[in-house]
Design a protein around this ligand. Structure first.
Ligand SMILES: [Fe+2]
Length: 490
């Protein structure tokens, strides 16, 4: 008999992404009414209020703060080598050890003169090369509204783990400080790439791949399921937030809105978003290890800055709690948990299937990966980007892409318009700044079992202890624990 116990016939379910996001993350188009109402109440109303109340102050701010700020080489490193932007840092290890080396042949060719020491500062013992790759900008060609160019930045990491900016490739032309004005222009284009690719690709990796798991969890697990109780708080609002971004009429991806800051067209933005799932090769067709196809992570991300330490500590705390709860889910190998894993694995590459999910460590890692992404990393990313100055990391740019012979520096006050800064400010206030609805440090899974209730209480204490240990060890507090949401709520 068909009952609502197993909501299988009625609940949301993933489907292949519509053509617009071809080969993108699976889509969930049937957002349940209760999730949509929750979004209307906590997110939609806020957006309306902000358009009404924030537009005039943002316009005044844009009038009073024309153009861009000057960005020194040191400031450039502060911006791109820590926090959210440091996710792009990839090391050049031993070129004779391809699995560990993350510079590809096109990178080696571009920067050959710097890597072999014939140009630039060269490398001392204990130092290493790193790159930040913003080449998906080639999916947004220059148009009348903004110039754009794919860029790759070469950094040197010193023995004390601080970074030095060495060179910037804009397409096939490589700039360094000796290019004077061309160097100044190259830095703005690299910062543009960092801003656009962070907000349309790198950060959305935390949003969209878990949509399928969210839908399968809601639909395939019965209401009394411990696994469902464990996961649902981490999917609150997310499906409606994701739908609004990808398919909503008022999406930030649509040019022309007061809060739409990006260069390019809606279709081009969709191409960048889809890249988080399908990856992007180099123009010569060889794989770019900075942009592989998406795989569900089973470990904390490797990030080459203290941001990686920050996220790694929270990952350990999540994993420890996952290991406490996992035995109560795997006991007796429930059929519905096997089916849940089977469906998740069918939609999300790398997700452990029914043959692996009853390994308690595997299940704990699934929990830790999901919550690190949609809870901790997602909130931290927003907290950091909410403080980024639109005048340092531009989206649209009004200047020609420099040639190798350019010596005159652009006038930073002319590089963006008042309208550009207004749109960016509105976007930042509405979509980048975090607005927490439900807080991770207060999470109550509603378990009935006393052992699980105890584990829940210990988890809250462990989160507080994690924050204390980070502070004691001098790791930057990229987001205060109080401001970490349980899920994608903004
Ligand atoms: Fe987000």
């Amino acid at each position: 008999m068909l009952t609502r116990e197993h909501d299988y016939s009625f609940g949301p379910w993933p489907q292949p992404a519509p053509d617009f996001f071809e080969d993108g993350a699976p889509a969930v188009l049937n957002v349940p009414e209760d999730v949509q109402k929750d979004w209307d109440r906590h997110v939609g109303r806020r957006y309306i209020k902000q358009v009404l109340l924030d537009t005039v102050p943002s316009w005044l701010w844009a009038r009073r703060n024309p153009g861009l700020r000057s960005v020194s080489d040191e400031r450039f490193c502060e911006l791109l080598c820590d926090g959210i932007f440091s996710k792009f840092l990839f090391p050049r290890r031993d070129p004779n050890d391809p699995p560990r080396d993350q510079f590809d042949a096109p990178d080696e060719r571009l920067f050959a003169a710097y890597l072999d020491g014939s140009k630039g500062p060269g490398l001392e013992p204990g130092e290493a090369w790193f790159k930040s790759d913003f080449t998906p900008m080639r999916l947004v060609p220059s148009d009348a509204d903004s110039s754009t160019v794919p860029s790759v930045v070469l950094f040197k990491r010193r023995a004390d783990r601080s970074y030095q900016l060495v060179a910037i490739a804009l397409d096939q032309t490589v700039f360094d400080p000796s290019h004077e004005g061309g160097w100044v222009a190259a830095k703005y284009f690299a910062l543009q790439g960092a801003g656009v690719i962070t907000t349309l690709l790198m950060h959305p990796k935390l949003h969209f791949p878990s949509n399928a798991i969210d839908a399968i969890t809601r639909t395939r697990l019965s209401p009394g399921s411990t696994l469902k109780q464990l996961l649902l708080p981490h999917f609150r609002l997310a499906m409606a937030v994701n739908y609004a971004v990808l398919y909503g009429n008022e999406t930030v991806l649509k040019p022309g809105k007061i809060y739409a800051p990006y260069p390019g067209t809606l279709e081009q933005h969709a191409e960048i978003v889809a890249t988080l799932w399908r990856g992007l090769d180099h123009p010569d067709g060889t794989p770019n290890r900075a942009y592989p196809r998406y795989r569900f992570p089973m470990d904390a991300p490797e990030i080459h800055s203290p941001y990686g330490t920050f996220l790694g500590r929270y990952h350990e705390t999540l994993l420890a709690f996952g290991r406490k709860v996992a035995p109560s889910i795997t006991a007796g190998r429930p059929h519905e948990v096997a089916e849940w894993a089977r469906h998740c694995a069918a939609w999300v590459p790398g997700f452990p299937d029914a043959s692996r999910i009853f390994d308690e460590d595997v299940l704990a890692r699934v929990f830790a990966s999901i919550v690190l992404d949609v809870g901790v990393s997602h909130s931290a990313d927003h907290y950091i980007y909410g403080q980024v100055d639109p005048r340092e990391v531009p989206f649209r740019l009004h200047m020609d892409v420099p040639s190798a012979s350019q010596r005159v520096a652009p006038d930073p006050t002319t590089l963006v318009t008042v309208r550009d800064n207004l749109n960016y400010k509105m976007c930042s206030l509405m979509f980048f700044a975090p607005y927490v609805v439900e807080r991770l440090p207060e999470i109550d899974y509603g378990f009935a079992d006393p052992t699980l209730r105890q584990a829940n209480a210990e988890f809250r204490s462990a989160l507080a202890a994690t924050e204390s240990s980070l502070i004691n060890d001098g790791v930057p507090r990229y987001v205060p624990l109080h401001d970490i949401a349980t899920s994608v709520q903004f």
